[in-house]
Design a protein around this ligand. Structure first.
Ligand SMILES: [Cu+2]
Length: 144
């Protein structure tokens, strides 16, 4: 009986340890997800979010999609020759023990052709996909 209890405990401990050591996208902390409200005539929206990677494995955000949008791209606003430009990115890095911040004036999700008017207080789900094959559905709040 003692041996059985011990081996069960060992198995549990090993499972927990391997889950912690693996530190894949399921452990990412995703917060401050929001979309700036714009007049309905504007065909795009910008989405912002902070993704914290508590693990030791580098991860990448590689795609995003949402039922309320035709398509979602990853963009970065940069000043090129004195002009602000949005450059399309194939991925955003989420460094180990670090974070990825999408915020106004920098990296953002470009959300094309909203299917419904999104006004302050509304929420819409965006699915974020990571390079380890994991994905997360995140509610984004519309803010003025
Ligand atoms: Cu953009």
């Amino acid at each position: 009986m003692m041996i059985r209890k011990y081996s069960l405990f060992t198995a549990l401990a090993l499972t927990l340890f391997s889950a912690l050591a693996q530190a894949g996208s399921e452990q990412l902390e995703i917060r401050d997800a929001w979309i700036k409200q714009l007049p309905p005539v504007v065909p795009v929206r910008a989405g912002y979010v902070t993704i914290v990677n508590p693990g030791t494995t580098p991860l990448r955000l590689v795609a995003a999609s949402g039922e309320d949008f035709d398509r979602v791209e990853m963009h970065e606003t940069q000043t090129v020759d004195g002009t602000m430009k949005m450059l399309r990115r194939e991925f955003f890095d989420i460094p180990p023990k670090g974070s990825l911040r999408l915020q106004p004036g920098g990296k953002h999700l470009m959300l094309f052709d909203p299917a419904r008017p999104l006004v302050a207080g509304d929420k819409t789900e965006i699915e974020l996909q990571f390079d380890d094959g994991g994905s997360r559905r995140v509610p984004f709040e519309i803010k003025p």
